[in-house]
Write a protein that binds this ligand. Structure first.
Ligand SMILES: [Zn+2]
Length: 210
């Protein structure tokens, strides 16, 4: 199996890159297409990112990384379905990548749509869109039984995080391949939220000390 950098180091690289992005001091080398394309004989991405498709949350930009650095899977609501698990398995196995980040974000449209659907079910969704909403729904149902229902902003904030936690746990426990890599080979799955407001990513789930 190819050797990649440890999960801790990968996490630090993402945190440093996000700080550069948030302070508008992005690294010119990472932005250069020519220098990076010249290196592309193979790839060894140091982190796998499962993020939302939202146009405001492109992983390479918000972590200030260049071509070849990140293996990115994007899907509405950063949900975990078999094809997402398969993609993570592929990268962890083929490239020895040891850090997986489930990346949600504030004001997520899919999470908002799911909350609306739970509070006032309508039958307008296509079957395909419903398959996404149905994967988000179980992580949010419990929240609607709390006082958060009276505070829509707080409810959405908690819902985004609950959805990230559930996706991260599905990656940790939904695949024998990933479980083995976690137990024996240092694979680490963490959950994070990107703030559209500040530009900062908060790694709040599965990180030591969080
Ligand atoms: Zn989203």
């Amino acid at each position: 199996m190819p050797v990649n950098i440890p999960a801790d180091d990968a996490l630090r690289r993402l945190q440093d890159g996000n700080r550069r992005f948030a302070t508008d001091t992005r690294n010119a080398d990472n932005l250069s297409s020519l220098t990076r394309r010249a290196l592309m004989v193979g790839q060894q991405p140091f982190a796998i990112i499962l993020g939302c498709s939202d146009s405001r949350v492109p992983a390479e930009i918000i972590f200030d990384q260049g071509l070849g650095d990140l293996f990115v899977i994007r899907v509405g609501g950063n949900i975990v379905a078999p094809s997402q698990i398969g993609s993570v398995e592929f990268a962890a196995d083929q490239f020895g990548t040891r850090l997986v980040v489930v990346l949600g974000h504030s004001q997520c449209g899919v999470v908002t749509a799911t909350l609306k659907e739970l509070q006032a079910p309508d039958h307008m969704h296509s079957r395909n869109l419903r398959s996404i909403v149905d994967r988000v729904r179980p992580s949010l149902e419990g929240l609607l039984k709390t006082d958060l229902v009276h505070d829509p902003d707080a409810l959405l904030r908690e819902a985004v995080r609950a959805n990230v936690r559930v996706s991260a746990n599905q990656l940790r426990h939904g695949s024998e391949v990933l479980e083995r890599l976690i137990d024996r080979d240092g694979l680490h799955v963490v959950g994070a939220e990107y703030s559209l407001e500040s530009g900062l990513v908060d790694f709040f789930d599965g990180v030591y000390g969080s």
